[in-house]
Design a protein around this ligand. Sequence first.
Ligand SMILES: *Cc1c(COP(=O)(O)O)cnc(C)c1O
Length: 379
Amino acid sequence: MTQQHKEDICMHGGEDRSLHYGAVVPPIYQNSLFVQDVSHTEASRFSYTRSSNPTIEAAEVKIAQLEMAEAARCFSSGMAAISASILHHVGQQDHILAARGIYGPTHVFLAQYLKRFGIETTFVDGWCAEDFEKAARPNTKLVYLESPGYGVFRILDLRGIAEWANSRGIVTVIDNTYSTPFFQNPLQMGVKIAVHSATKYLGGHSDIVAGAMAGSSDAMQTIALQERSLLGACMDPHQASLLTRGIRTLPIRMRQHQESAMRIAMFLESHPKVARVHYPWLPSHERHELARTQMCGCSGLLSFELKDTSVDYGGFRSKLHVFGYGPSWGGFESLMMDFRLSEADAAEMAIPYGLIRLSIGLEHPDSLLEELETALTEV
Ligand SMILES: *Cc1c(COP(=O)(O)O)cnc(C)c1O
């Protein structure tokens, strides 16, 4: 079978109009309960929305196809998917290996929360299988990855790390939010589970908080029955419908995010006040070549460091008007954030002091360049 184009999956994957009177947009099954029609021999596949619902399932099939996974499940948020993927694989006295420089709340969940249950995490500073192997213990049950990572977008050798972990029977989970399944398919490189904050590019319109997970049918089914159902981390049908709508435009959005981000990354790199730009698609990125072998494109999230970190960051922010100041990213709107962590936190999270992060939205790139230029000149 020829490989399905991702654009076609985004438009039509997981949808069957014949089930809905030909409606081109699947309806929202805004109901908690499905009663069984006792006169029919075939029972409804659905019973209770905490377990599943046709609107949620439509989004799940699309995401599974995009990730080239056997199955996918949606969650109430990215953190719900992440915590479920981790909790499912560990128990008392188990050990986790995680990449350093991952999403902050995930780091806190691993480093602090899980300690209550006697589960310890070692954060690995390196990028390849040998670095993870050195930190492994006999009780290591899970390798948790994020590539590109958070902050400076470190690239990990996904094929190498997955091959090593698989040979040791250790489960691998990756946060694939940065790339989305449109630009990177970790399961094709041997990673077992991909998790997403669908709040970001998959949703794409900053109007939902949502999460997703993709992997084998068995793993997805068990996690849905256990962590998702028992901890109540289920998606709401209305949220699922907005997610499906967001995914339809994923390909064109991602191409535009990349094109604009690349222009801005190159502009910043040539600016005399900028010390370093972090963007995996720049040839100057530490592991640009590796990134090219794992990703087929790069998102709109980049960061940079000023040569002088004693500048007035508030003054810099006040010169930006198209860029909103705030957390999150992956929506249509451009955003900036600066990170001025204590030395200890900066080292723990692998975020250099004074790092400025830009989420490049879908505005005209000239508008973004112009105001960045002004802000940099005046700072
Ligand atoms: C935002 C984010 C999350 C958390 O997702 P929520 O939907 O906010 O729970 C996880 N990982 C990454 C990389 C993120 O950016």
